[in-house]
Design a protein around this ligand. Structure first.
Ligand code: C5P
Length: 312
């Protein structure tokens, strides 16, 4: 990838997508406390839009169109992304960062990771740093395991802790319904429950889990039924044991005759695969009628990663 040195800008807007995991196999814990994963990330058409402008000091404003609280202090991933660039490249300048959120908060859809990815891409341009996409992805990996994928987009295999991403070939169209139940789940707590369940059942976990080759084949051919049959998430059982609202939604999705459904990442959002746009509308209506959900959304799958959409 070549660098794209560009003159500094006054204002840059970047859009980055949320994600679901089409498969997520969990292995052993590494020295940093991360689990080894083999996961297929799939970017969905719900976006975080981040605008950065020149300013003195760092400032953050969040304009959320989805329920849930987002921290605005130094733990916010967008602010951490800005601090990382400033310290790594000794930048004295500041920025005003504004985030318009459309990805469900703490839902297992990587909204915070999308914020970090979009902020890195936007500030790289605002400050004219001339970094390559690879360099930006490596910086993103320091902020969170899902950040590099939010930059890459489309569909990708994630290895290591999820941050080592390789694009995957897909054909056809993917239409999803995202079913958002009330309540939030914490990613570390869901991984800890996974470990506890493994111990309790005396199960073996692979040191390094294998990618799901049947799923990769279904994506290559665009076979929606086959893809539905391969949806799988090792974090689903622990997420369901922490959140009693999930199992009824998974049953309702199965009753709707859709090709497949699963908990997204560490949950609690449930991703329901549908046949096409009309089917998605019907499934969405059926799920709304159950009264089990605070929100349903529909989105296309395999959309691009973080992209500059406006600048001056
Ligand atoms: O990288 P990120 O900040 O998103 O991860 C949040 C937490 O989720 C980690 O601190 C870890 O507890 C857990 N995690 C894990 N294994 C992974 C990814 C995340 O145990 N591969």
């Amino acid at each position: 990838m070549t660098a794209h040195p560009s003159p500094p800008r006054r204002r840059v807007t970047v859009r980055a997508p949320g994600k679901i995991n089409l498969s997520l196999a969990v292995g052993a814990v590494d020295a940093r406390g991360y689990h080894e994963l083999a996961t297929v990330f799939h970017a969905v058409g719900l976006y975080e839009t981040v605008t950065v402008e020149r300013a003195v000091g760092l400032h953050l404003h969040i304009d959320s169109r989805v329920p849930g609280d987002v921290p605005t202090d130094g733990t916010n991933l967008a602010l951490r992304a800005a601090e990382l660039l400033r310290s790594r490249f000794t930048i004295a300048e500041g920025a005003a960062i504004r985030i318009v959120k459309d990805v469900p908060v703490a839902g297992g859809m990587g909204g915070g990771s999308a914020d970090a990815a979009a902020t890195l891409v936007a500030l790289e341009r605002l400050w004219g740093l001339g970094l390559t996409a690879d360099e930006l992805r490596r910086l993103g990996a320091e902020l969170g395991a899902d950040v590099p994928f939010a930059m890459l987009g489309h569909t990708a295999l994630g290895r290591g802790n999820g941050a080592e991403v390789t694009s995957v070939l897909t054909t056809g169209e993917y239409r999803w319904v995202l079913a958002v139940p009330g309540g939030h789940l914490s990613t570390p707590e869901v991984f800890a429950r996974f470990d506890a369940l493994v111990l309790q059942h005396g199960r073996e976990v692979p040191a390094v889990p294998e990618p799901d080759h049947a799923q990769l084949a279904a994506l290559r051919t665009g076979d929606i039924r086959q893809l539905g049959a391969t949806l799988h998430n090792d974090l689903e059982a622990p997420a369901c044991s922490l959140h009693p609202g999930l199992a009824p939604v998974l049953r309702a999705a199965a009753d709707s005759g859709c090709p497949g459904a699963l908990v997204s990442g560490s949950g609690p959002t449930i991703a329901v695969l549908t046949e096409d746009r009309d089917h998605a509308e019907r499934v969405r209506r059926d799920l709304d009628a159950t009264g089990l959900l605070t929100q349903t959304l529909d989105a296309e799958g395999s959309v691009p990663g973080a992209r500059i959409i406006d600048e001056d």
